[in-house]
Structure formats: C-alpha cells, structure tokens
Design a protein around this ligand. Structure first.
Ligand code: PEP
Ligand code: MN
Length: 339
C-alpha cells in the first residue's frame, strides 16, 4: 500500500496517517518529496483495504502496490535520494568517488593511499578490515585493528570511511569506527545482515550479488529499507558469466535499469567488475558516461605487494589520472549552469 498525501497536507495530518497505519499493526514509511509526501505501508501479508485511508484528512489517494518492492520505487519517492554522509553526498550533483585499498594491511599502507585519495579531491576512503575471501587461508583482514586505522585516516584526512561488515556483530564495530557500511556481493542475500543494517543509523553501500538479478538486488535494498534505513547506495560490481577475459562481467546496463525503477543512487565498481588493472579506467569512464552517481576504486601504493586484489589495484598515479578523466566526463553530462 502506498498512501499519497495532498500537496498541502500538514505535518500533523501525515503523523495522524502514520498513527493509523501503526494501530492497524503495520509499519509506516513517510517519504517527504519536493511536491508531496508519500507513506509506504509495510508489514501486511495480504492486501489492505485502501478505503481505510482514503477518508483520512490530507490523503489524496491510497494505492495498492502489486510490485514486489514498495519502498525503493519511484512511485513512493519520485525525487532521487541523496545519501548524506556528513557533509559529503552520493546521488547529488557531485560525482562521488570512493577510493582506497581492497584491504587495510598496515597503518603505513593506509596512510600512503589515503594521502593520494585526499589529494584527488575524493570525499570517501574505502578499505576492508574484514575480508570475505574465497579461501580460508587467504589474508582475512586486520579486524578491529584495521577499523582503528581507518578511524585514524578519517581523523587525519577528513575522508568518510566506507568499510565492509561481514555479519551482524561486524555492523556494531563498523558503526563504532566508520561512516558507511558496505555489504559485499557474497552477502547480498544474507537477510539477517540486511535487517541489521536496516536498523543502523549509518548509510549502506549494497553491492550486487555475483548472480543476482535486478529484482533480487532491489529486494535486498528493500529489506534494509523495510527496517527504516532509507540511506542506501546500490553498487554494480560485475556478475558471473562465461567470459574468461575478466574476473566478472561489469553489467553497465544495470545503471539505467535501477534508475528507471528506483530513487536510490547507483555507483559502479570497475575494480571487481573487471579484476584487471588495465581495464579499470576505461570501465570507470564508461560507468560515469552511463549515468552512475559515483565510483568505487581500488588503489594501492604498491599493487605488486598487495595482500588482496593486487591485480586490479591502480597505482596512485593511475588513480589520479582516472579521477581527472571521469570528472571531465561527468562535467559534460551535467554542466554547471553559467551565470
Ligand atoms: C571489496 O570491495 O573488496 C569486495 C570484497 O567486494 P565484492 O563484495 O564486490 O566482491
Ligand atoms: Mn577487493
């Protein structure tokens, strides 16, 4: 159910509708927009009678939602969501750049990379403290020690920290040290983790699962939103196909596809999307050209010594060049008004 309020509905009328929804045992999700507020209703297993709401003061109409997702859609919120991380944004006019190493390996490594990331003008620093590795014998990350280094980077450079939580207790720790929770491709359908992230005050970067359809990915975002966290950024990071020339196949068609259905910002990860250093910049350019709100890029001060994903890591010089190129493309797409 979607309840659309009249353009001139008062805050008190919106609050009253939310109370009625709650009294019926459902959960209201009010979404203020530029022209009107809509209230998504979740928690109902079957259909709800729209007439129950249509007579309430300030309500324009109540619409049954037949699609599987109710909250992530443009029907609920026609304006694009701008995810705010302190004073930095994703989904606004600025191209968001999240850059850093795959894994935090040491304080010296993190600071060397962060220095370059800060210099590029990017607002976000990435780096895994907990790594979801295919092999149990591969480097698993520094754990809480890595999070402490990330917190130091935040302090020293003013960068917003994006880092992965592998499980629910990981979310508690990320909340303590970082600014944005990354949910990795392998965890996209970890429903208890999604629900926990939905209860967090931090925004969530939701990567697309390795074999996830568009609907499955959007429904994963719906899980988070249904718990009350509306600050979600979708991230296309490549999917498994028969292609052998890349680590994954970066599905850039997902960007306009998400945009057509959802108000959530969507970014591109050309690092995991290709797995190859020489492909990262061309695919980053393509990602911005296709309309992504930002990029997440793996950078290392010494890629040949990286403990994780070295083959796809850019050097600091390559990264700097990438930023110059993608900014130029973004400017052409969204020229700032003159005068
Ligand atoms: C990562 O960002 O380093 C990572 C593990 O990503 P993904 O979940 O997309 O594989
Ligand atoms: Mn990685």
């Amino acid at each position: 159910m979607l309840i659309v309020m009249k353009a001139d509905a008062t805050d008190a009328q919106v609050a009253h509708v939310c109370d009625v929804v709650t009294e019926l045992g459902f959960k209201p999700h009010p979404m203020p927009g530029a022209t009107r507020t809509a209230i998504g209703v979740t928690g109902n297993q079957g259909a709800v009678d729209p007439t129950r709401f249509e007579t309430l003061p300030g309500v324009a109409e109540a619409i049954r939602v037949s699609k599987p997702y109710k909250l992530i859609t443009l029907d609920l919120r026609p304006d694009k969501t701008i995810v705010r991380v302190g004073d930095a944004t994703i989904g606004g006019d600025e191209l968001a750049i999240i850059a850093g190493p795959c894994a935090i390996e040491s304080r010296a490594q993190a600071f060397a990379v962060a220095e370059g990331v800060r210099r590029s003008g990017a607002r976000f620093f990435r780096g895994g403290a907990y790594k979801p590795r295919t092999s149990p014998y591969a480097f698993q990350g520094l754990g809480e020690e890595g999070l402490k280094i990330l917190a130091e980077v935040r302090e020293a450079y003013g960068l917003k920290i994006v880092t992965e939580a592998l499980d629910e207790s990981g979310v508690d720790l990320v909340e303590k040290y970082a600014d944005m929770i990354q949910i990795g491709a392998r965890n996209m359908q970890n429903f208890t983790l999604l629900r926990r992230a939905g209860k967090s005050r931090l925004p969530v970067l939701l990567k697309r699962g390795l074999s996830a359809t568009l609907d499955e990915w959007l429904l994963a975002a719906e899980y988070i939103m249904s718990e009350g966290n509306y600050q979600i950024v979708m991230c296309e990071r490549g999917i498994r196909t028969f292609a052998q020339h890349t680590r994954n196949t970066l599905d850039l068609s997902a960007i306009p596809a998400v945009r057509r259905i959802s108000h959530l910002p969507v970014i591109v990860d050309p690092s995991h999307g290709t797995g190859k250093n020489y492909m990262v910049t061309p695919l980053a350019r393509a990602g911005v050209a296709v309309g992504a709100d930002g990029l997440i890029i793996e950078v290392h001060d010494r890629p040949d010594h990286a403990l994780c994903d070295g083959a796809q890591a850019l050097t600091l010089a390559q990264y700097e060049q990438l930023v110059t190129e993608v900014r130029a493309i973004h400017e052409v797409l969204a020229p700032t008004p003159v005068g």
